[in-house]
Write a protein that binds this ligand. Structure first.
Ligand SMILES: Cc1cc2nc3c(=O)[nH]c(=O)nc-3n(C[C@H](O)[C@H](O)[C@H](O)COP(=O)(O)O)c2cc1C
Length: 122
């Protein structure tokens, strides 16, 4: 089975976590899609999706929200994932709502506490 992880990562925490998730899953071969790049993959090539971003003021990064709202899930399974420095707030809930509204079937959601990258708090 082929999967696609769509991620938004400014300093690399979320990207590194996605690579770790991929390394721990056996039967699914994941490709990655950096949503800030222009070469969007063909969604019909994939059966499982992941959406991953960092927490930006207690919410998902805004680019990721806009991206999730712009795509069509067609009932395919998807998980949502975020990294955060101190308080994740509404991040996971907002991501879950966005992908369900886009027509994906939500199968898992997880927030990972990682090192802070918000300059005033470092
Ligand atoms: C502008 C900005 C706002 C942030 N807001 C939050 C926040 O509200 N809560 C939190 O726990 N972490 C917050 N963080 C920390 C990041 O979510 C965290 O370090 C994340 O792992 C960064 O991921 P990345 O390296 O993939 O971009 C913020 C970071 C930045 C730069």
């Amino acid at each position: 089975m082929k999967g696609l992880i769509c991620y938004f990562s400014t300093t690399g925490n979320t990207k590194l976590a996605c690579e770790h998730i991929n390394s721990k899953i056996d039967k699914i071969e994941f490709d990655y899609y950096d949503i800030t790049s222009s070469n969007e993959p063909n969604f019909s090539d994939y059966e499982l999706f992941g959406f991953a971003t960092f927490t930006d003021y207690f919410e998902p990064g805004k680019l990721m929200v806009r991206y999730m709202e712009s795509i069509k899930g067609d009932g395919k399974p998807a998980f949502v994932f975020n990294t955060y420095g101190q308080m994740s707030g509404n991040t996971l809930g907002s991501m879950a709502r966005a992908i369900k509204e886009s027509g994906f079937k939500l199968i898992e959601a997880y927030s990972l506490h990682v090192p802070e990258n918000y300059p005033p708090l470092i």
